[in-house]
Design a protein around this ligand. Structure first.
Ligand SMILES: [Zn+2]
Length: 203
C-alpha cells in the first residue's frame, strides 16, 4: 500500500485530534548491496586460510547474482598443511609455500556448484596473479572485481594484465563504501529495538 493512502485512511478513521499518524514502515536503508555482499563473502572465506601471512578469498557469482563458487588460499586436498611449508622465503624454493599452495581463485573455480562458471563475475581480495589469470580465462569468467592491487608492479601481475586484456576480461577495483562489516552473533537477540522502534513522523 502506498504510504500516502495509508495516512489518508488513518485520518478518515478519526485517529483523534492531535494523535500522530503512524510512521510508514520502510525497508532498512543500510542493507549490504550486492557487490559489497560478494566481496564480504570473499573476505569471510579468507578467514578459513591457514596461511600465516596472506589470507585471500574469492567468490564467483553468476548473472542472476547467485554465488556459484567460493575459495580461499590453501594447500591441495589431502596434502597435510602441517607438513607442507608456509614460509615466503628459504634458501631452497621447495621449502617455501609457493610450489604447493592453491590460490583462492583456483579453489573458487574448482569448488563451483554449477556446471561451469562461463559468463560469471569473480570477486577477489587481491588482483589475480598470472597463473590465476590463466584459470579465469579458461573457465570463461567474464570479469574480475578485486579489492587490493598491492603487487601491481610485480612481473606476475604485469603478465596477468597482459593475458586478461588480450582475452577481453574486464577487471575493476572495488571501492568499498564502508571500511568494515562486523559480524555480531549477538545481533540476532540484541538489536530488536532497532526494528521495533517507530521513528518520528516525517514532516
Ligand atoms: Zn593466483
Amino acid at each position: 500500500m502506498n504510504p500516502e493512502a495509508s495516512k489518508g485512511t488513518s485520518l478518515q478513521n478519526g485517529a483523534g485530534a492531535g494523535a500522530e499518524a503512524e510512521a510508514p514502515c520502510k525497508k532498512r536503508p543500510d542493507y549490504l548491496e550486492w557487490p559489497e555482499y560478494f566481496m564480504a563473502v570473499a573476505f569471510l572465506s579468507a578467514q578459513r586460510s591457514k596461511d600465516p601471512n596472506s589470507q585471500v578469498g574469492a567468490c564467483i557469482v553468476n548473472q542472476e547474482n547467485k554465488i556459484v563458487g567460493i575459495g580461499y588460499n590453501g594447500m591441495p586436498n589431502d596434502c597435510n598443511d602441517d607438513l607442507l611449508p608456509w614460509a615466503r622465503s628459504s634458501s631452497d624454493w621447495l621449502d617455501t609455500k609457493y610450489p604447493y599452495v592453491c590460490h583462492a581463485e583456483l579453489n573458487a573455480i574448482m569448488n563451483k556448484n554449477s556446471a561451469d562458471v562461463k559468463g560469471c563475475t569473480m570477486y577477489v581480495a587481491l588482483f589475480p596473479c598470472n597463473e590465476c589469470a590463466k584459470l579465469i580465462i579458461q573457465a570463461g569468467i567474464k570479469d574480475v572485481i578485486y579489492l587490493s592491487d598491492k603487487y601491481h608492479d610485480k612481473k606476475e601481475f604485469t603478465a596477468s594484465r597482459r593475458l586478461l586484456d588480450m582475452a577481453g576480461i574486464l577487471y575493476k577495483q572495488f571501492e568499498p563504501k564502508r571500511n568494515k562489516i562486523v559480524i555480531d552473533f549477538n545481533s540476532i537477540d540484541g538489536s530488536k529495538t532497532h526494528e521495533h522502534t517507530a521513528g518520528p513522523v516525517a514532516p
